[in-house]
Structure formats: C-alpha cells, structure tokens
Design a protein. Structure first.
Length: 599
C-alpha cells in the first residue's frame, strides 16, 4: 500500500493523533497505520468521507431502559467474584447455587441487585486461563459454574467424592484445573447415565453458533490431550479452519462429545435463569447485574468460529499514560468495525441478547469501545498502536433496542481516556456512567461524592483496584513496590498522595457527623466510607464483597501474571456465616441508612 498514510488512516477510521490522560498528544507511526490497515481491510483503498472522523454521538430515540423507580430514586447492590464465593456445599469454586443464595441474602439486606464478574465461556481444556475478562466466546456461559449437585440425575452416592471435594473446598485459592477436572468427570457420568439432552427449543435458538462453539470445545479438549494448546492458533493446520474436511470428519466421529458440551450450555443457562428468578422473587427490583468483556481471546471459539468478524492480527489495549508509560496490551481480539456494519450489527445484537437473557442490568467493560478502541498490531509494542473508530450511533441504537426489549439497564465503564463528547452521548442514550471513589480527583485532590453525576453507578473500587482496606492502610502500595510495579520513587510519591487523599476523606466523614473515624482502619472507617460514597446523587451504588468483609487483598492486579494470584482468591468466610461478620453488619447498616429501599 503506497498511498499517503494520513489519507488512508482518515478513510478507514484510524486516529493518528490522540490525547492522553495527562493532556499530552501522541501520534501513531506510519508503520502502525499500515499494519492496522493490513488486518482491517487487506490493503483496499477507499475514498475519504468528507465528514470523517465522526463525533461520538447517540442517535435520537436510542435510549437504553431505565426503570421508573430510578428516574428520581436511588438503589444499591452488591458485587462479587463468583469463582471466589465460599460455601459449605460448593465444589471448590463458587457456583450458580451459591450466587442464588448470596442474592437472596443481600436482598434481605435491602439490595436491589447482585453484580458478578463476566460469566462468559473460557477454555475447558485450559481452565487455568481463568481471567473472566479474556473469554473464548462471549455468547456462551462458563460450565464450571454449574452447581453439579443441583443437576437432574445427580446421585450423591455415586457422584460425590467427600475427600476430593473437601480438599478443593477448604483451600484458600481456587484450583481451577482440579475443579474443572472433577466437575467435568461427574457431569459426563450424569450425562451418560441419564442420556441427558438439551432442550430442543434451546438448541434451535442456539443454532449453528451453539453447535460450532461446542465443536470448538470438543476439538480443544482433544488437542490439549495430545499436547497441543487449547487455543486454535496452536492446532495442526487442517484443524484451524472450521470448514475443513478434517474438522467435518472430527464432528462426525465425536458427535456424542459435541452433544455433551451443548447439554452443558443448556444446564448452565437453566441454572442462571433460576438465579435470576430467585433474586427477583426475593424482592430485588433489578436482580442480576452481569458484565460484558470488551473482547475475546485471539485463539478462542469466537475467532475460530467466525474468522472475518474478529481481527486476529491485532490486539486491543490502552496507549501510554502516566500510570503505564509503556502502554497496555489486554491480549484481546477486537471486532472488525467493517464487518459488523456489513452484517447490519447482527453480531452485536446477538451478543447483547445472549448476556441479557437473565439480567436486569449490564456493565459494558470499557464503554469507549462503542466509539473507538486502541489497536496494537502484531509485532508492535503496546505503545505503538492507534485508535480505530467504530460506528457509535448504530452500536448504541442496537444496545438501546436490546436493553428496552430485555428491560435491563446499562452501565458503561467510562474510565481512562474518555473522548470529548462521549459522556454527553452516554447521557443522551440513558447509558449510566461508572464512578470509582479512588479515581474521582481534581487538582485539589478528593472530589466529594455530592458532586458526582446522577446518571451513574457509584462505587468505592472494582476488581482491578485495591480494596478499601488496602487503600486505607497503603498495603497495596507496599505490594506494588515489592512485585516491581512501583519503583521506590514512585511508591514514595504515591504514599504522599494517598496520605493527602485519606486526610480529605476523613474530613468529609467528620462533615457527615462521623467523628469517631480516625487514622486506623476499623469498622467505623469502613462503614463511614461506604456511607459517604452511597450518599452520592448517583442513582446506583455498589459495594463489593471484599470491602464488606474488610479484606486487604484484591481479586486482580492489572499488569501481573505470576506475581499475584489473580482470579483465584476465595472469600475467607462461607456464605452461611457472612451475616456473623461485624464489619459487614456495620457497613450494611450504614448503606441502608443512606439508601433505604423505599425512601
């Protein structure tokens, strides 16, 4: 491709210049532009639209659903990591029965929703790839969350191994590989013994995508047993194409295995649907609050099943900023904006409909993906990428239509570099924003919650941030310095900034009449910060389980792999004993006082 890179970039929706968090402007190289063009449209040249690039906008009348009680009222809920739920009956990992029981419990406390990490299908053949934000396919569920003892045909005498399950249940960390091995063995026995079959309507609705997902998983398990990887990029060449003769022969020879994997999806869907019914039946006005990952693994079922929809030659991430001077690669494959438009946005509609089958609310991870994504071409570093634009008006229109049909409200995670005008477009579309206590800062430091927007979900932290206890004590800074994310100078600077922000927060708590909050982290401090953030005008407030229990360790530390047990840490208290926690009771009392269910 020899044409001018500036003209080509503009013609194909590639932003050569972009503004970083600190206000500086960066420029994508010619090499990055040409590499993105190669994977985006294989070198084709088109005329430059006169109005390109478009501004972030929402089309008129494309508003997402917002329940009537939130037009003026406020609500609150709890978020959790499903894998980390600890109970006296689960099989070493939180499951759908645990989720239902926790939801019924928090409903009694006055909560209107229970949020959970993404439940997307991961890799059954490589369960240690446990990040819920790096799915194999977003339209299907992770069968490892099935409550095996609630499956029709389960026989305690034949299927329950007390010694093995006790060891898995009592460990501090989730052993994803051992849990998957044990659950799949038992589920296979149940399937064979009962001749279980997925409901015909479920299979017909799932159609070819469901069958092809199950085919991928069958090949993936087969390849992993033979020393190849779970992902298709490591498979023999004749298995990389879903239309190949080798794949067709495999499908014929392994029809029963494919049927079993489809059955797992049906069982998981039924159990998640039952969770939703139980939460609403317990009095919640919103119910399940699910999470949509921003992309999929490059070697997973989604990219294998549909080669033109996802881009394999680039990954998405974030440009360099003051926190990550080298930029970030999230290791996820982006959707092709050309292909989704060509297909009249049906793939997006199907993804939204799949996740909203049983949800009353949805969090869209990295909501700016509705307008642009930072693409990093293969072979280049994270800092050498460029932003690629998406047709936001149509994407928001489809999201709004599915939201209204499902009667599910939508929250967009609008953190990081937010394009000018993007939040205005969110507001026009009833797409709620996301406000985190740790990030609401201006030049003077701490921004008190009474200044936060109404059209948002307010929270203290998330799965990617420190816990409240970690923030208050500074233990997260110590940990980051120890594992090399902070050098000594950066850690010292962060401690000084934290000390100032903590002092400002204590002053704000005293302003609420909470004079008993001092420098130590205790029940008063934990309850006070929760009440402070819950006092925001934001229509939703979420408290995460780690903070309700006063835990120091967080579920995930971005930028780490082996340095921290990401996506493996369990809650130390089983569900059956949660209400015995003094700090939890104090926090719930503070939230309930600030946000009674029926004010």
């Amino acid at each position: 491709m020899t044409a001018d890179p500036d003209r080509l970039a503009a013609a194909h929706g590639i932003l050569r210049s972009y503004r970083a968090l600190d206000g500086t402007v960066s420029h994508a190289s010619d090499e990055a532009v040409r590499a993105i063009l190669d994977v985006l449209c294989h070198g084709r040249e088109v005329s430059v639209p006169s109005d390109w690039p478009p501004a972030p906008e929402a089309p008129p009348g494309a508003a997402c659903y917002l329940p009537a009680f939130l037009e003026k009222g406020r609500a609150w809920g709890v978020t959790c990591q499903l894998y980390g739920l600890h109970s006296q009956r689960n099989w070493g990992i939180g499951d759908f029965e645990d989720l239902a029981r926790l939801g019924e419990m928090v409903a009694r406390w006055g909560a209107d929703f229970l949020g959970v990490n993404p439940l997307h299908a991961l890799f059954l053949a490589e369960p240690q790839r446990a990040s819920p934000f790096s799915p194999s396919h977003r339209n299907f569920l992770n069968p490892i969350y099935i409550a095996v003892d609630r499956v029709d045909g389960f026989d305690p005498a034949e299927d329950y191994d007390h010694a093995a399950l006790s060891a898995l249940r009592d460990s501090d960390m989730v052993d994803h590989a051992a849990v998957a091995r044990h659950k799949l063995d038992v589920l296979r026995r149940i399937h064979q013994r009962t001749r279980g079959r997925a409901d015909r309507a479920f299979v017909e609705e799932g159609g070819k995508p469901l069958w092809r997902y199950a085919l991928f998983e069958a090949i993936s398990l087969h390849m992993a047993d033979r020393g190849f990887g779970a992902g298709w990029l490591s498979w023999p060449e004749d298995f990389r194409d879903p239309e190949s003769l080798a794949v067709a022969r495999f499908a014929r020879e392994h029809a029963e295995e494919i049927e079993f994997l489809i059955w797992l999806q049906w069982v998981a869907d039924r159990q998640l649907g039952e969770v939703s019914k139980r939460l609403l039946g317990a009095g919640m006005r919103i119910g399940l609050y699910l999470d949509l990952a921003v992309g999929t693994a490059p070697d997973g079922a989604a990219t294998w099943s549909d080669r033109t929809l996802t881009i394999v030659g680039a990954k998405i991430g974030a440009p360099p900023d003051m926190f990550n001077p080298e930029g970030q690669s999230w290791g996820l494959a982006p959707l092709s904006p050309v292909e989704i438009a060509k297909r009249e946005f049906r793939p997006l509609r199907e993804a939204y409909e799949a996740i909203l089958r049983h949800a009353g609310a949805l969090r869209v991870d990295h909501a700016m993906s509705l307008y642009r994504l930072f693409w990093i071409p293969s072979g280049l570093s994270a800092g050498e990428g460029a932003y690629v634009l998406y047709p936001m008006a149509d994407m928001v229109r489809v999201l709004g239509e599915v939201s209204q049909k499902s009667k599910a409200l939508i929250i967009g995670e609008d953190l990081g570099v937010v394009p000018e005008g993007f939040r205005d477009a969110m507001h026009e579309a009833n797409l709620l924003g996301y406000r985190i206590f740790y990030f609401e800062r201006d030049r003077r430091g701490f921004v008190p919650p009474h200044r936060w927007p109404r059209a948002a979900l307010a929270c203290i932290g998330s799965h990617d941030t420190t816990t409240l206890a970690g923030w208050w004590t500074g233990s997260d800074i110590d940990l980051r310095e120890m594992i090399g994310l902070f050098d000594r100078k950066a850690a010292r600077k962060e401690r000084a900034r934290r000390k100032k922000e903590k002092r400002q927060a204590i002053v704000a708590l005293h302003g609420l009449g909470l004079a008993n909050v001092g420098d130590e982290f205790d029940e008063a401090a934990a309850a006070g910060i929760h009440r402070l953030v819950a006092s925001a005008p934001s229509c939703l407030f979420a408290a995460q389980m780690e903070d309700l229990l006063g835990l120091t360790e967080q579920p995930n530390i971005p930028g780490t792999v082996e340095e921290h047990p990401n996506w493996r840490r369990k809650l130390p208290i089983p569900i059956e004993e949660l209400e015995n926690s003094a700090i939890l009771r104090a926090i719930i009392e503070a939230i309930s006082a600030e946000r009674p269910r029926f004010p």
